[in-house]
Design a protein around this ligand. Structure first.
Ligand SMILES: Nc1ncnc2c1ncn2[C@@H]1O[C@H](COP(=O)(O)OP(=O)(O)OP(=O)(O)O)[C@@H](O)[C@H]1O
Ligand SMILES: [Mg+2]
Length: 298
C-alpha cells in the first residue's frame, strides 16, 4: 500500500537563469501535516503552483494520490482544496454566495461543519466580498477549504492576514482536519503555528530543500546550551567532543554542545555542580540558522 499523498520527484522550475525550484524530491505522507518553510522567494508558492498544475515544470513530476499533477489535473483537483496566500475572490458576491460557489468547486462539503466554522471565524456571511477586510477575505477561502472533505488541503500562508485569535481558530480546525484523516500541506512563515501543528517540516532555501524532518530531529541538528554553576573549581570542558563557545563567569560555566552530551554531563557531575540548566535552541534560533547565509539569488 502506498502511504504517500504527494510524491514529488526531481522537480525543477526555471525562469530564465533563475531556478525558482531546484530538483526537489519530497513525499507527503497520508494524514500528516507537513510544514513548508523558507525565506521569501525560496520557491514555496512555485512548488504549490506545480502541485496544482497551474504552471509547467522545467523537469520532474508531481503525483497526487497516484495521479500526475500535469496530465491528470482534473482527477487530481477532485481530491484537493487550495487556499492561496491572497484570496482572489469575486468582489460583487456576498461571503455566503462565495462559499456556495467554492463548495461546487471543492465537491464534498460538510455543511454543518461549515456553519460552525463561520461562527468560530466570526465571519459575517451576508456582506459583499468587496467590503471585507484582507483578513475576512482570507477567512472565506479558509472556511471553504476546511469545510471540504478533500483528502488533501494545500494551504499557502493561510493565516498571513489573520489576527492571533483567528490564527488560533485556524489551528483548531487544522487539528480537526488531521483527526479526520485529511492531509495538509502548509506553507507558513509563522513558526509557532508550524511548531503546534506539523508532524514534519521541510525547509527550502533558494529553491533547494535544505532540511526535512520532525521538529525534534531538527533541534538535534543545532546545539544545546548548557549552563552550570559550581561551588569549587570549574571543570575544564574545552577538550570534550562537540563542545564550543565555552564561557566562564565567576563560578558559572556556559557552553554549547553538539551531538552526545554524555561526556560533558559526567565531567560536570564529577565537579559537583550547584545548578545545571540545559536549553534547547528556540524555533527562532533554529530557523535563523537554517535560513541564514543565503547565497545571493542569481
Ligand atoms: N512568473 C515568474 N517569473 C519569473 N520569476 C518568478 C515567477 N514566479 C516566481 N518567480 C521567482 O521564483 C522565486 C520563488 O518564488 P516563490 O513565489 O515560489 O517564493 P515563495 O517561497 O513563495 O516566497 P514568499 O515567502 O515571499 O511567498 C522568486 O525568486 C520569484 O521571484
Ligand atoms: Mg509564496
Amino acid at each position: 500500500m502506498d502511504h504517500s499523498a504527494v510524491k514529488i520527484k526531481g522537480l525543477t522550475k526555471r525562469y530564465g537563469e533563475l531556478a525558482a525550484l531546484d530538483n526537489l524530491s519530497l513525499d507527503v505522507n497520508k494524514g500528516e501535516i507537513l510544514g513548508y518553510l523558507g525565506p521569501n522567494g525560496s520557491g514555496k508558492t512555485t512548488t504549490i503552483r506545480l502541485m496544482l498544475g497551474m504552471i509547467r515544470p522545467t523537469s520532474g513530476t508531481v503525483s497526487i494520490f497516484g495521479h500526475d499533477a500535469q496530465t491528470e489535473k482534473d482527477i487530481v483537483h477532485t481530491s484537493l482544496a487550495y487556499v492561496p496566500g491572497e484570496a482572489n475572490l469575486w468582489p460583487s458576491l456576498t461571503g455566503i454566495e462565495t462559499l456556495h460557489l467554492l463548495a461546487k468547486v471543492h465537491g464534498q462539503v460538510d455543511l454543518d461543519y461549515r456553519r460552525k466554522l463561520i461562527k468560530r471565524f466570526e465571519l459575517e456571511p451576508n456582506r459583499k466580498v468587496r467590503t471585507y477586510s484582507k483578513g475576512n477575505k482570507q477567512k472565506i477561502a479558509l472556511i471553504a477549504a476546511l469545510a471540504s472533505r478533500a483528502e488533501l488541503l494545500i494551504l499557502d500562508e493561510p493565516t498571513s492576514g489573520l489576527d492571533p485569535l483567528m490564527e488560533q481558530v485556524f489551528r483548531e480546525a487544522a487539528v480537526e482536519a488531521k483527526s479526520r484523516g485529511q492531509t495538509i500541506f502548509l506553507s507558513s512563515h509563522i513558526l509557532g503555528e508550524v511548531e503546534a501543528l506539523c508532524d514534519r517540516i521541510a525547509v527550502l532555501r533558494s529553491g533547494k530543500l535544505v532540511e526535512l524532518g520532525s521538529l525534534e530531529q531538527m533541534r538535534h541538528l543545532s546545539s544545546l546550551t548548557i549552563e552550570a554553576s559550581f561551588k569549587g573549581r570549574i571543570p575544564d570542558v574545552n577538550h570534550i567532543k562537540g563542545v564550543s563557545n565555552v564561557e566562564i563567569n565567576g563560578n558559572s560555566l556556559v557552553c554549547q554542545i553538539n551531538g552526545s552530551i554524555d561526556e560533558l554531563l559526567s565531567v560536570i557531575a564529577k565537579a559537583r555542580p550547584l545548578t545545571l540548566i540545559s536549553r534547547e535552541p528556540s524555533l527562532e534560533e533554529l530557523f535563523l540558522a537554517l535560513y541564514g547565509n543565503q547565497p545571493e539569488a542569481n
